[in-house]
Design a protein around this ligand. Structure first.
Ligand code: UD2
Length: 312
């Protein structure tokens, strides 16, 4: 099968750079776009000398810029990962959230329509479900987002559904659960818990557990997410729909701490603080739809994924 031409927005970010690595390894040609506001070119080091990879620093919410990029590269698919990824920042800067998490999706759809792009793969989030207690979550569960970020992701899903219905563009929305792995920035208190805890244990420092530690998440390894993005953007057969990108396996913070204690036995015991206001206790997805559509389930065992993160 000849390689495809794939445009990846947010290419220098955590999920974007792993997706680019995977596309290049599979023989595809990639144009990576990123405004480098939170992503870093260092994440693209392994593909930087690859002739099938090009990089362009650009803001995807700028209509003219994205149109000219799509027109000149002529991708068969676009993987749209560029976003305002900080949930607290989306709350405090709703206009910025609108621009990056809604308007940019609209520009991508319009550019795809104008330049005959066959398919768009979009990074949605489990945040679209809000506080749903009927676990594991299937895609048919109600979507009642808790704030600006989840709401923007839901609106973007619907924009894409409209472009599919009106113009036949194939659209795939992945609702990512808690993605973890190498290159995830541990610096902010709102970074993913796996990267924060991994970073502190490696430095020999104790972590802080908000609440009693029995809260649980569906942790999905970034390499599996990259595989899902690659499959969805390059499959020959028509592919559209909205899918959970999750493992269906629940891991509590105490489970995570057990693995870390075993690996770093000398690190002082975790401290405890009050549960974070607004935190959900349990989150778990049902991966059966993604398996049926793509013949793939994110399945890297948590211990294996965690080892990759800690070994970097
Ligand atoms: C994710 C988002 C969050 C919000 C939520 C919606 C990320 C990183 N966070 O939160 O912004 O959208 O989904 O469902 O995308 N924890 C600790 N100690 C720490 C850090 C975290 O105990 O130092 C706890 C935290 O209180 C939570 C759990 O670990 O109970 C997981 O936290 P998280 O921020 O990694 O992920 P989540 O799903 O709560």
């Amino acid at each position: 099968m000849p390689g495809k031409r794939v445009l990846v927005t947010g290419a220098a970010g955590f999920i974007g750079s792993h997706t680019v690595d995977r596309l290049i390894a599979d023989g595809h040609s990639v144009l990576g776009v990123d405004d480098l506001s939170t992503g870093s070119e260092a994440n693209l080091q392994s593909v930087s000398r690859e002739s099938r990879f090009e990089f362009k620093a650009a803001d995807v919410a700028e209509a003219k810029e994205i149109h000219s990029i799509v027109e000149s590269f002529q991708p068969e698919s676009i993987i749209h990962l560029a976003a305002l990824v900080s949930v607290p920042r989306a709350e405090s800067e709703p206009a910025l959230n609108y621009r990056l998490n809604i308007q940019a999706t609209q520009e991508i759809c319009e550019a795809a329509r104008s330049h005959q792009v066959r398919r768009i793969v979009f990074a949605s989030s489990a945040a679209v479900y809000g506080e749903c207690s009927d676990l594991p979550l299937a895609e048919s569960a109600p979507t009642i987002p808790l704030g600006q970020y989840g709401s923007a992701k839901r609106i973007s899903e619907q924009l894409l559904a409209g472009y599919h219905a009106s113009y036949g563009i194939e659209t795939v929305c992945f609702r990512y659960f808690n993605v973890y792995g190498p290159r995830q920035d541990p610096a902010s208190p709102y970074s993913g818990v796996v990267s924060i805890f991994g970073d502190r244990y490696r430095a020999g420092k104790p972590v802080v557990i908000f609440g009693d530690g029995s809260q649980s998440r569906d942790f999905v390894y970034v390499g599996d997410v990259a595989t899902a993005n690659t499959l969805a953007s390059t499959l020959e057969s028509p592919t559209s729909g909205t899918f959970n990108c999750c493992t269906g396996i629940s891991t509590s913070l105490l489970d995570l701490i057990d693995v870390l204690n075993e690996r770093f036995p000398g690190v002082p015991k975790p401290g405890h603080e009050a549960a974070r206001p607004g935190d959900i206790r349990h989150s778990l997805g049902d991966p059966s739809a993604i398996t049926a559509a793509l013949g793939f389930t994110p399945s890297t065992p948590f211990a294996t994924g965690l080892r990759s993160l800690l070994d970097v």
